[in-house]
Write a protein that binds this ligand. Structure first.
Ligand code: G16
Length: 540
């Protein structure tokens, strides 16, 4: 086995977005594309020599090939050990856990999350730091810089590692350790929750459907829900990971998880429904006849933290991304918790969690998580809900009714305009940005603008500043509009419009409650004319 040095040249556009580098799979499969980026990761972290990494992904098309390339490049760079999930599989939260638990120097996670998989779909790669969390902006900036100057990379000439069975082998001087992807994660969940209480709930006839969407969470959910907690066999649907997610879109929301929604809204609905995404870090929560949006789910868990053993010593503080609804703010204020508002991207929660300022975080993009790992964690959120259901004996609908009764209700929706011409989307945002200073005091569709700014975040732990993180407009009468461009899309631009309306009345139709804010957004930004669309492509 020998190390060869391969001549290469910079490839444009290898700039990590909200969560690593996401592109079309074919692009990743093109000559040098993956290799250039992996070499740039190693360059950004001061090399791989003597280090231990975790590597795994969500099993989408090209996952296993990419793992083999990374192993050979890590070996060539002198890494001491790489820990790989069997079959190259690791859910994102499980990878985060392994990085932390094994005291490694970080990990490389292969996923394009909830984006479809396949040769003509999407692929992605990101680096997580020794704390288990996604690389912060100053590190991803170094990666991008390295992609612009790269002239060669090193790779070991070696046979593929056998990823199919657990155990240890060598690749050159590097140890390749294949581990059960589920075992350590399942053990962690047992430490955090009251499994006895949840077992009793299921033993008492409680029913559940978990839609794994043909993605990586299937084996985790089957082991934990059916294996350890006694949920009926068949509780987990679509539980075998497939390279193209069964041809579907593994995004746990009412649009893409429609079969689950239909079942939960139907006459024979189970007591509880849930789903997770491609790499297992997102979640969707549904009760019998009631969908719980991600922002409300975060707020509910914050309000019921006392029922969750993980938070036995106190919740201390909570954090939400800026576009996430302000429902959790109400809980924080009422319960005397610290509250932090961060830019979109889980990486911004890392410092707050490491510093012990917050223990629970969430995002409107179906992400909820806590201080046990440094990623959002889909199955964790589901188990947290199960723990609350078991501890209170209430239904999902009753829990939400009590919550809204106590804290008031923040109606919320996100409108996505996908694959918009990048220039048009940029101009829309640019024009509104320019008008922000003059908006306060003016009217938009009958509502007065109370405040308008572009969100910038000053990290209270390391003092770093992140600018340009979304346009916010606060309206009279409890309305708020946020506009930003997605950092995870792979084609054109995706414009996200986040809409919320706080109300004392808790029984309004959400679409009606939000109609005034939707009109104001249109009046302020001219979205229809600018995008050439009649309406959003996806409403969640
Ligand atoms: C990623 C990030 C999240 C972010 C989401 C949406 O999630 O980890 O923090 O909220 O993208 O980002 P954007 O609005 O820029 O598309 P995931 O699940 O895709 O890794």
């Amino acid at each position: 086995m020998s190390v060869i040095t391969v001549e290469t040249s910079p490839i444009g556009g290898q700039k990590p977005g909200t969560s690593g580098l996401r592109k079309k799979t074919r692009q990743f499969m093109a000559h040098h594309y993956l290799e250039n980026f992996v070499a740039s990761i190693f360059a950004a972290i001061g090399g791989a020599a003597g280090k231990t990494f975790v590597v795994g992904g969500d099993g989408r098309y090209f996952n296993e090939r990419a793992v083999q390339v990374i192993l050979r490049m890590a070996a060539a760079e002198g890494a001491a050990r790489v820990i790989v999930g069997r079959g190259g599989l690791l859910s994102t939260p499980a990878a985060s856990n392994l990085i932390r638990r094994r005291g490694t120097d970080g990990g490389i996670i292969l996923s394009a999350s909830h984006n479809p998989g396949g040769e003509d779909e999407d692929f992605g790669i990101k680096f997580n730091m020794p704390n288990g969390g996604p690389a912060p902006e100053h590190v991803t900036a170094k990666m991008f810089e390295a992609t612009k100057t790269i002239s060669s990379y090193r790779i070991l000439e070696a046979h593929d590692a056998d990823l199919s069975t657990t155990g240890e082998a060598r690749m050159g001087d590097m140890a390749v350790e294949i581990v059960d992807p589920v075992a350590d994660y399942a053990a962690l969940m047992e430490e955090l929750f009251d499994f006895d209480a949840i077992r009793s709930l299921f033993a008492g006839g409680f029913t559940m459907r978990f839609d794994a969407m043909h993605a990586v969470t299937g084996p985790y959910a089957t082991e934990i829900l059916e294996g350890r907690l006694g949920a009926a066999r068949g509780t987990v649907a679509n539980g075998t990971p497939s390279q193209d997610f069964g041809g579907g879109h593994p995004d746990p929301n009412p649009i893409w998880a429609k079969p689950l929604m239909d079942e939960m809204m139907g006459p024979d609905a189970p007591d509880f429904g849930a789903a997770s995404d491609g790499d297992g870090d997102r979640n969707m929560i549904v009760g019998k006849g009631i969908y719980v949006g991600p922002s409300d789910s975060l707020a509910l868990l914050a309000s019921r933290a006392a029922a969750i053993p993980q938070f036995r010593d106190g919740l201390v503080g909570v954090a939400r991304s800026m576009p996430t609804s302000t429902a959790v703010d109400r809980v924080a204020r009422a319960e005397g918790l610290g509250l932090y508002e961060t830019p979109t991207g889980w990486k911004f929660f890392g410092n707050l969690l490491d510093d012990g300022r917050v223990r629970l975080c969430g995002e409107e993009s179906a992400g909820t998580g806590a201080d046990h790992v440094r990623e959002k964690d889909g199955l964790w959120a589901v188990l947290a809900w199960l723990n609350v259901l078991a501890a209170t004996g209430l239904s999902v609908a009753d829990l939400m009714a009590e919550f809204w009764d106590r804290y008031g209700r923040v109606y919320y929706s996100r409108h996505d305009y996908e694959g918009v011409d990048a220039e048009a989307a940029g101009a829309l945002v640019g024009d509104l940005r320019a008008r922000l200073p003059s908006l306060p005091g003016t009217e938009a569709a009958g509502r007065t603008v109370e405040a308008a700014d572009e969100f910038a975040y000053d990290d209270p732990v390391d003092g770093s500043r992140s600018e340009g993180q979304g346009l916010r407009v606060v309206l009279s009468g409890g309305g708020r509009i946020v506009l930003r461009l997605s950092g995870t899309g792979t084609e054109g631009a995706t414009l996200r419009v986040y809409l919320e309306q706080a109300e004392d009345r808790v029984d309004l139709d959400p679409a009606e409650a939000l109609a005034g804010v939707v009109d104001a957004a249109e009046a302020l930004a001219g979205i229809r004319a600018r995008t050439g669309r009649d309406g959003p492509d996806v409403v969640t």
